[in-house]
Design a binder for this molecule. Structure first.
Ligand SMILES: Nc1ncnc2c1ncn2[C@@H]1O[C@H](COP(=O)(O)OP(=O)(O)OP(=O)(O)O)[C@@H](O)[C@H]1O
Ligand SMILES: [Mg+2]
Length: 392
């Protein structure tokens, strides 16, 4: 089939032709947008799930819900070594500059911008800020991130209220927020909701963002609805594979669909990759079972060279050995004690690699003493790439 018309779109955050199975999540996002705009308290949303399940795409789609409610919004993607204070100041600056263009909010937005200048001055090695205003000394500049961010959020929320334009901040890859930054963000959201100000933060990230412990967890759960983003149900996976083809005039037989469902195990990224390969291989509008089987092989090759490989490249040799041994234990959650036994090591000695791999987003720990890959099928990829055991 003509590759130019290929309707499947494997890629990070690439919007699919058919966004399957996320209607409930988007209804929740729409309700959140409406409630916050009306000044009604509402828990915000924290989407979490494995790599490639569609968190970024869902977050982008949720932004459309807020756009429809006339929000001013900004999207942030956190990277591993970002300084959150610099990132959030740049975002708040953009929001305040735009709000300052609205006559009835001009004074409050200007006050917010001056406070932001103080906030930035209090950041050691902080960013250079081009703002032709005097800092508002004594506001948001104590150097205590939590106290200062709360003050900044309140000022932005007040400007938003005066402008009649609610504000939403979307944060992707939220698992890369340091604990201290996350705590400051949560405290700021808490204050905003107490004051019923029209400012809301919606996040997405890997499952580790739901693995907070103790007080931090109960605090976060009062403010955020933790919504899992998972593999698609059978009917939704079927629509995701069938509908884009149908729109472009290709018909999939039940046998071909069965191969697609089993090859992808309903993972959104894999569905896009399988569909892309099948389309490119198909000789005509009714692909054969043989073509579907070949598409599965090509899908794996392509995932190995992109989806999996780019991630593996970020691990050190020691971390790779840890993960190869973890993969050998099989799919899903594994006991850290079993891994230690497999490596002939003490559980405690695995601590540093374990912590680094969680930090880098390769693995997460949901139940105490267990770990699991954040990338679906990573165990199989490692077995293909390293058929021999790696010696530590
Ligand atoms: N609901 C869906 N239906 C069909 N395809 C989808 C769906 N959600 C996502 N996809 C497709 O899956 C792929 C991955 O989506 P996305 O980048 O949003 O995942 P992610 O969870 O953010 O991954 P990562 O954790 O690596 O950032 C994209 O190609 C996207 O088009
Ligand atoms: Mg993403």
């Amino acid at each position: 089939m003509d590759p130019a018309r290929n309707p499947y779109r494997p890629g990070a955050g690439t919007s699919p032709r058919m966004l399957a199975g996320r209607d409930r999540d988007l209804e929740e996002a729409q309700t959140l947008a409406r409630r916050v705009a009306l000044g009604n308290p509402q828990r915000s949303i924290m989407f979490y799930g494995l790599r490639g399940v569609g968190k970024t795409v869902l977050l982008n789609e949720a932004e459309r819900c807020f756009e429809r409610e006339n929000y001013l919004f900004e999207h942030i993607e956190i990277s591993q070594n970002d300084d959150f204070r610099s990132v959030i100041s740049a975002t708040l600056r953009k929001i305040l500059l735009r709000t300052s263009g609205i006559e009835k909010a001009k004074d409050l937005a200007t006050k917010g911008l001056r406070a932001l200048k103080s906030f930035v001055l209090a950041i050691p090695d902080g960013p250079e800020f081009r703002l032709d205003l005097e800092p508002l000394l004594g506001t948001a500049d104590s150097g205590d991130l939590q106290a200062d961010l709360v003050e900044m959020f309140v000022l932005v929320g007040e400007a938003a209220k005066a402008s009649d334009k609610p504000v939403a901040i979307f944060i992707d890859e939220a698992q890369y927020l340091a604990e201290r930054d996350f705590a400051a963000l949560i405290a700021s959201c808490h204050r905003i909701s107490q004051l019923s100000l029209p400012l809301v933060v919606v996040c997405a990230g890997l499952p580790q963002i739901s693995a907070l412990a103790g007080d931090a967890k109960s605090y976060a759960e009062r403010l955020f609805d933790f919504r899992p983003v998972a593999t698609l149900s059978e009917p939704d996976a079927r629509s995701a594979i069938v509908e884009p083809a149908k729109e472009e005039g290709m018909t999939l037989s039940d046998e071909v669909i069965a191969i697609a469902l089993s090859a992808t195990e309903h993972y959104p990224y894999f569905i896009q990759e399988f569909g892309k390969q099948l389309w490119d291989l198909a000789q005509n509008e009714t692909p054969t079972e043989d073509e579907a089987r070949e598409a599965e092989t090509k899908m794996i090759e392509s995932l190995d060279n992109s989806f999996f490989k780019t991630r593996l490249d970020r691990a050190t040799n020691g971390e790779k050995k840890f993960m190869v041994a973890l993969g050998r234990l099989g799919p899903g959650q594994q006991k850290i004690s079993d891994l230690a036994a497999a490596l002939g090591k003490k559980v405690q000695s695995l601590g540093p690699d374990r912590a680094n791999l969680i930090y880098k987003g390769f693995i997460y720990s949901h139940d105490h003493g267990h770990i699991c890959f954040t990338v679906p099928h990573f165990d199989r990829f490692l077995a293909r790439t390293f058929p021999e055991n790696l010696n530590r």
